[in-house]
Design a protein. Structure first.
Length: 161
């Protein structure tokens, strides 16, 4: 029996019944951290929804995971979008894009334009921080190190709304 793991592109299109709207319960320990009170709703997005937002970030612009979450909650009419699944699905979108590059495809999601809060480069994306730093610098951004993190200088000026 062979163990065939799903490709990142397969993971990206496997929605597993998502998106799903969830009501925050009284005993939810994560809700307050996300600014969600009992009774508020939040969306657990589908991977393709995260990829779609990331894919629309044009050259010369950047986006953060928090902006992606805001766009998802607006789309679904909820108080928030789940930060955990949004972050995981952003990683899946990035890995799927890297797979496409390896296959010689040119039309990919520009995942390097998706930053963490504070303009921090996501170290979990394909090629790690160094590869993304290189891609961002090719597009004219200045990237500096702050401790162990790499940050895009003045990233706020370039954010999509």
């Amino acid at each position: 029996m062979t163990d065939k793991r799903k490709s990142w592109q397969e993971k990206l299109t496997d929605n597993k019944g998502l998106p799903n709207i969830v009501k925050c319960e009284e005993n939810d320990r994560f809700g307050p951290r996300w600014g969600i009170k009992p009774g508020d709703t939040f969306v657990i997005p589908a991977p393709v929804e995260v990829d779609e937002i990331m894919g629309k970030v044009p050259y010369g612009k950047l986006i953060t995971i928090n902006i992606i979450r805001e766009k998802l909650s607006q789309k679904h009419g909820t108080k928030a979008a789940c930060p955990i699944t949004t972050g995981i699905f952003a990683r899946i979108a990035a890995e799927a894009a890297a797979e496409k590059v390896a296959e010689g495809k040119k039309d990919i999601t520009p995942y390097w334009r998706t930053l963490k809060a504070g303009g921090v480069i996501n170290e979990k994306y394909p090629g790690g921080v160094e590869h993304q730093k290189e891609l961002l610098e090719k597009e004219g951004y200045k990237v500096i190190s702050k401790g162990k993190q790499y940050i895009v200088v003045d990233f706020e000026k370039y954010l999509v709304k």
